[in-house]
Design a protein around this ligand. Structure first.
Ligand code: SF4
Length: 345
């Protein structure tokens, strides 16, 4: 039995001060990650500061056509918001394809940005894991790594980033707002998620006591023509093997604007900039899409069990681009069982 003290904060400044003052403390929002990790002895806080009373649940329109989503807005609320469904459909789709209905009702948007990886070795306190115990090694490198990442990996960690909604937010150049011991900060989303490199235990640039308070989504007309496609082993409550958030603007058959990001294949939500460079200004069509997908996955570094993700990610990219542009008929990704699932229900 480990005693944990619990308090509820009534103001952002109080919450920040309480956690900043105690290195053994954590924020508690929906609890859908934190409580799991407490039970598994992966996180060992001695104090939890409940932030659910803070006024951070807004979903506000911005003058530029964008949104400001409070960190305590629940995934299900954001998915149902008319402004999100109309102007950012890939965000609504990614939310609805994440977790289960019960979890979406509880999980907060800020917590989603801060969720920890689903690597089984990270959650098994007996296994070596550089993310949980820096310098101890990485059991996944030669272990069961079928679900692990092929992009953004290092010799120290290959864990896949688990979030769905962070993928379209990456494509949209969202900004993460925080309040911390040194005041308010705003991070470009690409800077908010760190690559593992030699320090996989550092997942964000935040200091202890720095709280995510909101997510700003800039307005962009391209986002109205957007989709999120998620390929997984089963149709409910499962993490992505590969996913793609895509938004396009077509002018006379030419891709005038395109935004692409990948999930399920990288150690952070992955902006597919190489693919965007191939696509922007090019005629829409399956060959162009395949070329773009190959360009993005050229840097993939695979292990024997997850090598299939390179092809799967490319097919997923091609399929979503064909769907959005009304072109081509590429084979549906996931039509064949992914390796390791043959014969399983
Ligand atoms: Fe830990 Fe990362 Fe290796 Fe998983 S992949 S065991 S999280 S270091």
């Amino acid at each position: 039995m480990r005693p944990i003290s619990y308090s509820r904060a009534g103001a952002v400044a109080d919450a920040v001060a309480a956690v900043a003052a105690d290195p053994t403390s954590d924020f508690l929002a929906g609890g859908t990650t934190e409580v799991d990790l407490l039970r598994q002895n992966v996180l060992l806080p001695r104090r939890l500061v409940d932030i659910n009373d803070l006024p951070l649940a807004q979903i506000e329109d911005r003058p530029d056509g964008g949104l400001y989503i409070g960190a305590l807005a629940r995934m299900s609320e954001v998915a149902q918001a008319p402004s999100v469904r109309e102007r950012f459909p890939m965000v609504a789709e990614a939310l609805e394809l994440g977790a289960s209905a019960q979890l979406r009702h509880m999980a907060s948007m800020g917590g989603n940005m801060m969720q920890r990886v689903r690597c089984g070795y990270f959650r098994d306190a007996a296994s070596p894991c550089n993310k949980r115990d820096p310098g101890s090694g990485c059991a996944a490198l030669d272990g069961f790594n079928r679900g692990h990442a092929v992009l953004g990996v290092s010799e120290h960690c290959i864990a896949t980033h688990p979030s769905d909604v962070a993928v379209p937010l990456m494509a949209l150049d969202a900004r993460i707002h925080t309040e911390g011991p040194h005041g308010r900060r705003v991070y470009a989303i690409d800077d908010f998620f760190l690559l593992p490199g030699a320090t996989p235990h550092l997942e964000h640039p935040l200091e202890h006591g720095e709280l995510v308070v909101g997510i700003e989504v800039p307005g962009t007309p391209t986002a109205r023509t957007s989709r999120y496609l998620k390929v997984r082993d089963r149709e409910s409550y499962e993490f992505a093997l590969a996913s793609v958030a895509a938004a396009v603007t077509l002018h006379n058959g030419v891709l005038a604007d395109v935004r692409l990001a990948l999930g399920g294949v990288a150690t952070k939500p992955w902006r597919a900039r190489h693919a965007e460079d191939v696509l922007r200004g090019a005629p829409a069509g399956t060959e162009t899409f395949r070329q773009a997908a190959r360009a993005e996955l050229a840097a993939a570094r695979t292990r024997p069990l997850n090598a299939f993700k390179t092809e799967l990610a490319q097919r997923t990219m091609v399929r979503i681009l064909e769907t959005l542009t009304g072109t081509g008929t590429d084979a549906a990704p996931g039509t064949d069982p992914a390796p390791g699932r043959e014969g399983r229900p």
